[in-house]
Design a binder for this molecule. Sequence first.
Ligand code: ZN
Ligand code: ZN
Length: 224
Amino acid sequence: MLPVTVPEGSACNLNDCDTQQMSLGAGQQHRLTTSLASVGSIVCRICHTNTSKERLISPCRCKGSLAYVHLACLERWLNQTCRSYCELCRYHFNVIETPRYRWPESLRIWISHPRNRRNVQSDLLIFTLLSVVTVGLVTVCLLGMQYFVIEGNKIGISKLWTRGAVWFFLVIVLLGYITTVYLLGKDQLSPWYRWWKSTVNVRLVTDPQLLRRSSNESFQSHEN
Ligand SMILES: [Zn+2]
Ligand SMILES: [Zn+2]
């Protein structure tokens, strides 16, 4: 089971450690290349090891020591970042992406995040207050219609005009209520929906040729 990514924004978040390892500026890349070259070993650019158990592959356009990575390390990194491309050379990997959560589960995870929960709570409070006020206004208008008609008659306003004015007011109130509820809902659901859609499991579709070639290359480099 993959670690639950904290829904901070619209996309998966990167684990700090991996960010440091993968987000290399040109200068850092150069330093890393130099330091690796100086020790004369080819290591995985993510875990910085080269165990004989797992073969190193060169799956993207990255060159030099940064070209090599363990398949499992790369897949783990792609899953943590929900990306399907190399952050350094922008090469798009051949991947299969599947949604990580069904929508009820993703909604539960989204709401379990404190910041999102606070947003939902404050919007629910606004929704409740607005609903109470709207129901109150509608009730007063409908129950008091007869009273308004009588009072209108006293000052010479016809029954039709009074009823028309009350209904017009009711329509304005209801339109205002519906618009506000729609905006509140959209405000809550849009970021969740974007996060849910961007949170995917990424599986690399590896070319057996590439695996063979890469392991040979890495073997030859070791020989040299
Ligand atoms: Zn590795
Ligand atoms: Zn690359």
